[in-house]
Design a protein around this ligand. Structure first.
Ligand code: SF4
Ligand code: SF4
Length: 449
């Protein structure tokens, strides 16, 4: 049995209630085409794509409709065939506006067939495979959506020796990755082999929390005949076990330095959904135009793991799951810890939409923030070894230089500190604002110099 236990326990971490049982045992179900798809050009980390279609154009399924606009960017494709009815500003998950292409499906789902399948990827060559991953618009599907082609092309002075496939899915409620591992284990392993060959590494760790025994078994079966140092790494169930830096530490014992990247310690981490998408793009020639999203929460009539086209509105996703059986006072895009609260259901899915969560009033208690009592619990809970209380004080005082020197940019916004704080301090809100101020300050300094 190719199985190993996590080498190291996370520093910090918390144990929230998980509620994964709501959707964990629900098969992935494909959602029929909605009446309209609104495909945002801001699908991923980095520069939004540039639209290359206009109102009135007829597009085919998988046709490129947005061109990557820089090194950290990714192409965007039509999720189905139909007519472009608008290219306009539309809401994104963060509440900002970004250009989007609105498509009225023609119901035919006629494919563009722009990317021919690469049946024997082992002889296709590194450049061909990397170009395919870029052409398919693949971006990380478990976090901020870093373009995958960039991650898989580390510079020569950053040798990689370990590929980690992230199946932790540590956010409460979410089960999309769990189902992908159960139902697509063999394809994930093939995608992993493709990436392993691109990186030239022998060591692969597939990291899964121990609250997913069926997924562990499915992936064990898939890797049974694998060559080299390949193992399932069983992680203790604790949050934020799925965060990139924490996962590298748990599986290899290596610590990504402050301000550093996984490649600084010889690692590349890819989510299981992304790994499947790589396989699908290379072997089947399919660009990334759909993903599995967990629609869940106690108010949802039928929580499900929905395979929906990118650009599906949150309202359509909810309707496909039977609507609500009681009032929801909070809507979250993503999980409850790192997800983003939504004020309405107009936003549409992107390559990173892992979940859509509805919470009823009893699970969203209203707190009044009180002064810090210096209990130190946030320091113990922080997986990044930061001083959340001190950081929060400095940001409240507008002292961003001090926040920078206290390594605020290392904050992964996991929310462990806020979860544990008895004074209900709005810590993550402070850190998000503080990080943006520090980044702005650095940019302004760069512009001046
Ligand atoms: S949100 Fe930031 S400061 Fe708070 S626990 Fe997470 S990493 Fe630490
Ligand atoms: S947990 Fe809250 S009250 Fe305690 S030290 Fe941290 S910020 Fe202050």
């Amino acid at each position: 049995m190719r199985t190993t236990q996590a080498l190291f326990k996370l520093r910090g971490s918390i144990h929230p209630e998980y509620f994964k049982g709501l959707a964990r045992d629900k098969d992935i179900v494909a959602m029929p085409l909605p009446k309209q798809l609104c495909v945002s050009m801001a699908q991923h980390l980095g520069a939004p794509a540039k639209p290359i279609v206009s109102k009135g154009d007829h597009v085919l399924k998988g046709q490129r409709i947005g061109e990557a606009a820089g090194f950290i960017s990714a192409h965007v494709h039509a999720p189905t065939s139909g007519t472009v009815t608008a290219v306009e500003d539309g809401p994104t998950v963060t509440g900002t506006l970004a250009l989007r292409v609105v498509i009225e499906p023609d119901g035919q789902d006629t494919p563009a067939n722009a990317l021919p399948p690469i049946k024997d990827w082992t002889t296709a060559g590194r450049d061909t495979i990397l170009a395919r991953i870029a052409d398919a618009g693949i971006a990380g599907m478990g976090g901020a959506g870093f373009p995958t082609r960039v991650k898989l092309s580390p510079p020569p002075d950053k040798p990689i020796d370990t590929l980690i496939i992230n199946g932790a899915e540590c956010e409460p409620y979410l089960t999309a990755d769990h189902r992908v591992m159960l139902e697509r284990a063999e394809q994930i392993w093939q995608g992993c082999e493709i990436m392993r060959s691109l990186l030239g590494v022998k060591t692969v760790r597939i990291a899964i929390e121990n609250n997913k025994p069926e997924a562990i078994k499915a992936m064990q079966t898939a890797i049974a005949k694998a060559d080299g140092d390949v193992a399932i790494c069983i992680l203790k169930t604790e949050y934020p076990q799925g965060a990139e830096k924490q996962q590298i530490f748990a599986t290899t014992g290596r610590e990504v330095p402050s301000g550093g990247l996984p490649m600084d310690v010889g690692c590349v981490v890819e989510n299981v959904g992304t790994t499947y998408a790589v396989w699908d793009a290379v072997v089947n020639g399919n660009p990334l135009i759909e993903r599995v999203t967990t629609v869940t929460g106690h108010p949802v009539a039928e929580p499900r793991n929905v395979l929906a086209r990118i650009g599906t509105s949150y309202a359509d996703l909810l309707a496909f799951c039977g609507g609500l059986t009681c009032d929801a006072v909070k809507i979250v895009s993503g999980g409850p810890m790192m997800g983003i609260a939504q004020s309405n259901l107009e936003t549409t899915t992107t390559k990173t939409t892992s979940g859509l969560l509805f919470l009823e009033a009893s699970r969203v208690p209203e707190y009044t923030s009180m002064p810090c009592i210096s209990c130190g619990r946030c320091v113990v809970a922080c997986p990044m070894d930061l001083l959340p209380a001190e950081l929060s004080n400095r940001i409240e005082a507008g002292d961003y230089d001090a926040a920078e020197s206290l390594n605020i940019l290392d904050c992964i916004e996991c929310g462990c500190c806020a979860f544990i704080c008895p004074a209900h301090r709005p810590l993550v809100q402070h850190f998000k604002m503080g990080k943006s101020r520090v980044i702005l300050k650095r940019r302004q300094a760069q512009t001046k110099s």
